[in-house]
Design a protein around this ligand. Structure first.
Ligand SMILES: Nc1ncnc2c1ncn2[C@@H]1O[C@H](COP(=O)(O)OP(=O)(O)OP(=O)(O)O)[C@@H](O)[C@H]1O
Ligand SMILES: Nc1ccn([C@@H]2O[C@H](COP(=O)(O)O)[C@@H](O)[C@H]2O)c(=O)n1
Length: 220
């Protein structure tokens, strides 16, 4: 079974996707990490966000690998063989990623790589367009949501918990800006697939959300 999980930033996709994959013994693929790897490579190469040709060539040339340890927590991301797991999460990459994600050629390149990665089945894949574009015939599709304030609060707690400086207002602005770009882009805009189960995670713990999803997966 291929399980697609989509939704906006901070809805809890990675958290529940890892737990669900661990529970089912499935592979886990974080497609946002792949867009982040392209953004990191573009920043390093000094390619601007509006150079669609250079960004597309770059996305085509990169080797992006993910190594998932089925302990329910550990995903490592490698860019051309180098571990970039931490580097792809910097604020600079987070600001740039939804810009390069608007480039149709970049999306085409990454979609092809993602389909190849899911070919074995038994996979939980999360992102923004998995149920609509990457795996439109996935056996189970979920779309997670939560209010902007709730998602920003979660991100704020995560960042400050790691010892970094942040304000809630700045997180609300950043998440709202990313939502706007993801929802309005011409190719593969963020939206639920017509056959996705929509789950509002506001006020629910990750374990509650995973239990809800696992019941739906097992129930067929
Ligand atoms: N149901 C939940 N209740 C409370 N906090 C949650 C819940 N789900 C996730 N979180 C927390 O919210 C933060 C964001 O979650 P996560 O990274 O899983 O979101 P995401 O949808 O994958 O975001 P992004 O698309 O930006 O990667 C994390 O700190 C996580 O621990
Ligand atoms: N299938 C996807 C996945 C991600 N994106 C873009 O990447 C950004 C970062 O994603 P995270 O899940 O790591 O936060 C996201 O804001 C999208 O712009 C995408 O377009 N399609």
């Amino acid at each position: 079974m291929r399980i697609a999980i989509d939704g906006p930033a901070g809805a809890g996709k990675s958290t529940v996707a890892k737990k669900l994959a661990g529970l089912l013994g499935y592979d886990y693929i974080d497609t946002g990490a792949m867009y982040r790897a392209v953004a990191l490579a573009a920043l390093s190469a000094g390619i601007p966000g509006d150079d669609e040709e250079a960004l597309t060539r770059l996305a085509e040339s990169l080797t992006i690998e993910q190594v998932w340890r089925q302990d329910g927590t550990t995903l490592k991301v490698f860019l051309n063989g180098r571990d970039v797991t931490r580097e792809i999460r910097t604020p600079e990459v987070s600001r740039f990623v939804s810009v390069i994600a608007q480039v149709p050629g970049v999306r085409q390149q990454l979609t092809a790589k993602q389909r190849a990665m899911a070919a074995s089945g038994r996979v939980v894949m999360e992102g923004r367009d998995i149920g609509t574009v990457v795996l439109p015939d996935a056996e189970k599709k979920f779309f997670l949501t939560a209010s902007v304030e709730e998602r920003a609060r979660r991100r704020f707690l995560e960042i400050t918990g790691q010892g970094y400086d942040a304000t809630l207002e700045e997180q609300i602005r950043e998440i709202a800006a990313r939502d706007a770009r993801d929802e309005s882009r011409a190719v593969a805009p963020l939206m639920p697939a017509p056959d996705a189960v929509v789950i509002d995670t506001t006020g629910k713990s990750p374990d509650q959300v995973v239990a809800e999803m696992a019941a739906l997966v097992r129930g067929g």
